[in-house]
Design a binder for this molecule. Structure first.
Ligand code: SF4
Length: 76
């Protein structure tokens, strides 16, 4: 299981996560911040749980390059 969390309010809209992991991230045309697709929001944290391990590497890269450091990727 891979758990990805985005602390969306702090997003600066740089688009890096979308470039690296387009299957999970898109930019919102409404507010210019990243959207973590199919995520559940709780207290500002948007979370998805995925069983496909193939997406791990791309999302780890997105987490590393995110200048706001608001993407967390955990493997359980
Ligand atoms: S890399 Fe981080 S700051 Fe940049 S758009 Fe994605 S979530 Fe926002």
């Amino acid at each position: 299981m891979i758990i990805i969390t985005l602390q969306r309010a702090k997003c600066i809209g740089c688009n890096y996560c979308v470039e690296l992991a387009p299957a999970q991230f898109q930019m919102s045309k409404k507010d210019g911040k990243a959207v973590l697709l199919h995520a559940v929001e709780k207290k500002g944290f948007h979370t998805i749980k995925l069983t496909d391990e193939n997406i791990l590497e791309a999302n780890l890269k997105a987490s590393e390059v995110c200048p706001a450091k608001i993407i967390s990727v955990k493997q359980t």
